[in-house]
Write a protein of this length. Structure first.
Lengths: 111, 230
């Protein structure tokens, strides 16, 4: 079995991340409906608590992973010319990296 | 009934055309019978066929947008005009005759034979009835190509993605108690293309004239990979 994030490993991580994303989103929505934070400070305090912060950091990692596997699948299916494929994959990586760094900056501020 | 049939000879025609035929349809008539009558009206019309009873898998065609095996498909089930085309995604050799080279190459790529590490027994390799039953729904494939040529993933990557037919065959040998090549078979199936271009679209299940389920077989292969990896 290969060690790269392709084939079976990519397929497995896509599913694992999908389950985590679904659980996280369901929990956050439920919490916002059942017991919504009263103001911005309460929201920051909730998101900045260690368990929620860790869960959100994991959500970020899983979201980037899920997006990467999904978009790469589409590129592998539809884009045949190797230079174009490389260019698009690099652009997707750059975009996801930028999103990840931005989200990381927000997470660090919450601490 | 009114039929519109795809006509194309790449050597002489600039582009494909559809030719109209009216055929007197009798009760119980199969699509292959119609194609034979069209052939009588126009001898230049080309299509593959052989056994006429759903065994050889030669006469797969696309009818009103979905793939069928002409010899076991009652023509009465189609809405008029009945539009008959070659299998989608395959290079046309002439009219309904397509080049299935990629399809056969993918079948060959899954090593469709029993692999033994132990010495081959003097007589038969015995199986329990339960072990034999695991092969039901797998061995019946007649390689007509209705499934693989209805699969968008196979249209996009026919040279790299094995396609539903070859993957059904791969599972047929992985599931066989007499086969001892499981590890190498699974290793060969890993990678981004061979197995994992399947996006569970399930056109293959709908198209199979033998009512087999390649998507389920692909799911079994993935589950087996999962079991082996944990």
């Amino acid at each position: 079995m290969n060690r790269q994030l392709s084939g079976f490993r990519a397929w497995m991580w896509q599913r694992v991340s999908a389950v985590y994303l679904a659980l996280y989103i369901a929990y956050v929505l439920l919490r916002l409906v059942v017991s919504p934070p009263g103001d911005h400070d309460a929201l920051v305090a909730w998101m900045g608590g260690l368990p929620m912060w860790l869960a959100t950091a994991a959500f970020l990692v899983m979201l980037l992973l899920h997006a990467w596997v999904g978009v790469r699948d589409v590129v592998l299916d539809y884009l045949k010319p190797a230079p174009l494929r490389l260019l698009v994959l690099l652009a997707v990586q750059a975009f996801l990296l930028a999103c990840g760094l931005w989200a990381l900056a927000v997470l660090v501020k919450l601490l | 009934m009114h039929f519109e049939v795809y006509r194309y000879n790449p050597d002489t025609d600039a582009e494909p055309t559809m030719q109209a035929f009216d055929v007197e349809v009798e009760r119980g008539m199969m699509l292959r019978d119609v194609l034979l009558q069209i052939k009588e009206k126009d001898e230049s019309f080309a299509f593959r066929h052989s056994c006429g009873e759903g065994v050889c898998g030669s006469d797969g065609v696309n009818v009103n947008g979905s793939n069928h095996l002409a010899c076991i498909t009652p023509v009465a089930e189609f809405r008029e005009p009945v539009v008959i085309r070659p299998f989608p995604g395959r290079p046309v050799i002439r009219d309904l005759v397509v080049d299935m080279s990629d399809f056969y190459a993918q079948y060959q790529a899954v090593d469709p034979w029993l692999k033994r590490k132990d010495p081959v027994p003097e007589q038969e390799s015995l199986q329990t009835p339960e072990q034999r039953a695991r092969l039901d729904g797998l061995w019946e494939c007649i390689m007509c190509g209705c499934c693989s040529t209805s699969c968008p993933s196979f249209w996009w990557n026919p040279d790299k993605f094995l396609g539903p037919q070859a993957l059904l065959t791969a599972w047929r040998f992985l599931a066989d108690s007499r086969d001892q090549g499981g590890e190498e078979r699974l290793d060969a199936l890993d990678g981004p293309y061979k197995l994992f271009r399947c996006h569970t679209i399930m056109n293959c299940v709908e198209a199979c004239p033998k009512h087999l389920n390649p998507t389920e077989a692909i799911g079994h292969i993935r589950n087996l990979m999962l079991k082996k990896s944990v």
